[in-house]
Design a protein around this ligand. Structure first.
Ligand code: NDP
Length: 319
């Protein structure tokens, strides 16, 4: 049931919907639920799992839990999976546990491999552009990571367009092309439409969208207030209550009415919309439980929009 598409010019196909382990997979979360989600995803053809060194909480624990699930439940399926990790944000104290230096990336990938129990990552990302490190230093570290067999492919995340070009050129010249670019993209965050999608196409790189539901805002969960078991209700979360504004909720109400007319939930329509651009290889969704994941996967049952529907969505978003 899952649809796949080739990642940029590469010969690797990714599922249109991938699973991200940023929230809900750490030691602070329920292990059984995390395990059920990973297994359900894999059974439904979601072959791509997105990690980073700092996912948890505590940082590192999502990689440890994923490694445990892999070992105990899915060990014979490693070759059917694309597993990614990243380094770039704060991970440990001192000057070498943050940023994008060669020192940090090299140490971090070794730690990530140990935590997950993997011999290699399929994709290893520079998690962010670091203005204090020359792009060339970060890129050479990525090239060497591939040459050392610690990752098969390289990805970049959240690089501003100018630095993305420099980085992609550097990688191309060394025959380790940028395999995939990861950026925030949803109905509420359309910045990649300005430059990045063009740049990825120009360099033959794939594009994968993170937070395609705007962390849950693009679902029907906030239509009548902030539920206790939601990301916005968690005071230490990345989505703050103040971000759930009446203006946004009003837009989601209008979008939700459209989704109902299409026979979809709000989440399904938001995900389907994010996939409408053929340059978007995959979306990384997050989920709190299997039921959310099931809803999200149903998005693939109808990903086509009429011209009128797209215009109406633009009008609501611009309103
Ligand atoms: P989403 O925008 O998909 O938000 C996921 C959250 O939305 C869930 O945790 C849940 O929140 C809510 N939700 C999901 N499905 C439904 C549904 N069907 N109905 C109602 N609510 C739903 O993505 P994330 O922000 O979680 O990011 C996804 C992944 O992207 C991450 O796991 C990570 O892998 C990657 N990422 C990468 C970044 C980078 O810097 N490169 C940055 C951020 C993310 P609730 O708890 O409220 O139920």
């Amino acid at each position: 049931m899952t649809h796949y598409s080739y990642c940029g010019n590469s010969g690797v196909q990714l599922p249109k919907i991938s699973l991200g382990l940023w929230h809900n997979f750490g030691f602070a979360d329920d292990y059984e639920t995390a395990r059920e989600m990973v297994i359900h995803a894999f059974e439904q053809g979601i072959t791509h799992f997105d990690l980073a060194n700092n996912y948890g909480p505590p940082p590192g624990s999502a990689e440890s839990n994923f490694g445990k699930i892999l070992k105990e439940d899915l060990s014979s399926h490693r070759d059917q999976m694309i597993i990614s990790s990243k380094a770039g944000h704060l991970m440990w104290d001192g000057p070498y546990g943050d940023g994008s230096s060669r020192k940090y990336l090299m140490a971090s990938i070794n730690q990530s491999l140990k935590r997950t129990g993997l011999e290699y990552f399929d994709i290893f990302y520079s998690h962010r552009y670091d203005p204090n490190t020359p792009v060339e230093e970060t890129m050479q570290a990525l090239v060497d990571i591939v040459r050392q067999g610690k990752a098969l492919y390289i990805g970049l995340s959240k690089y501003p367009p100018v630095q993305a070009r420099v980085a992609m050129n550097y990688l191309k010249e060394r025959d380790v092309p940028c395999f995939i670019f990861q950026d925030k993209y949803s109905m509420f965050n359309r910045l990649p439409e300005k430059d990045i999608l063009d740049i990825t196409e120009e360099f033959g790189s794939g594009f994968i969208a993170f937070s395609p539901l705007a962390q849950g805002l693009l679902t029907d969960k906030y239509l009548n207030g902030i539920p206790e078991d939601s990301r916005a209700a968690n005071p230490s979360g990345f989505l703050q209550k103040e971000q759930v504004t009446s203006l946004l909720v009003d837009k989601v109400k209008q979008l939700n009415a459209m989704a109902i007319q299409r026979g979809q939930t709000m989440a399904e329509m938001a995900l389907a919309w994010t996939l409408r651009d053929k340059r978007v290889t995959s979306l990384i969704v997050g989920a709190r439980n299997v039921s959310q994941l099931k809803d999200n996967l149903k998005a693939l049952e109808n990903t086509s929009f009429t011209k009128e529907e797209l215009e109406r969505i633009d009008a609501i978003l611009d309103g």
